[in-house]
Design a binder for this molecule. Sequence first.
Ligand code: PEP
Ligand code: MG
Length: 296
Amino acid sequence: ERDALDSYRQIIPVTRSGQAIEVAANLGSLKEIGPALKAGAMGVGLFRTELLFMERKVLPSEDEQAEIYAELARAFAPYPVIVRTLDIGGDKPVAGIEFPHEENPFLGWRGVRMCLDRPDVFKPQLKALLRAATHGNIKIMVPMVTNADEVLRVKALLAECRAELDAAGIPVGNPDLGIMMETPAAALLAADLAKHAAFFSIGTNDLTQYVMAADRLNPRVADLNRADHPAVLRAIELICDAARQQGIWVGICGEAAARPDLIPIFLRLGVKELSMSPASIPRAKKTVTEIELPGL
Ligand code: PEP
Ligand code: MG
């Protein structure tokens, strides 16, 4: 079976009805570039930047981040590398960021909320991404979005960063800005959010946890934490419909993206990109080639 899957690693998967689908990797460090390329990753659908910030004495500098993102961009060019801006909260300690104690860290000061409150942390990351975008196909993705105002504020900060780099004579690219769709609010407001984004990527891990009100880490409620629950699929459908109507592409970067039983449902809803752990890529590519989607 493994050998049979090996032959799918380096293909560009196309459905039986002719739709090409991008199967990309979820990564958290540069060490994983080699294995991801070997597995057949068509770019990076989710680069989790948390690891760069955690387990360190000081925050990574703009220069250090620019070098890391540039290396990623070069490794996967011309495929996109979607870098998620810092997504940490009170459940993950980081040197240099003081997190108050919270009763409900998963509902608290995290992701884009924390970043917008801490431009001293956020702007170096945005500047590093603007600089790295001259080395390949970098895209920026914002986590934990609940309304358009957050996206507009990120855009304003990006413009500020661009102006400062321009003034310093430092070359910058023009990366797309996308939204990680992982809160019920974002799903319900998808039609509005789609006007402000170049793409959506659905984070089914958190979307499931928040739609089902079931902690993704608590085994006692694991039965409820199902990405194939009708309520979660309905949220995914809302997001895909909004993307189609606004003419932006939509991908999935939660664990569900790798499930052979769900991939046909996602593609039928209009999903164009699936991002997952590198080890899951060959099987997902094979699954795509077996799907028939007439009329899409
Ligand atoms: C998600 O929430 O689905 C996701 C892919 O991000 P993370 O698992 O890092 O929260
Ligand atoms: Mg998430």
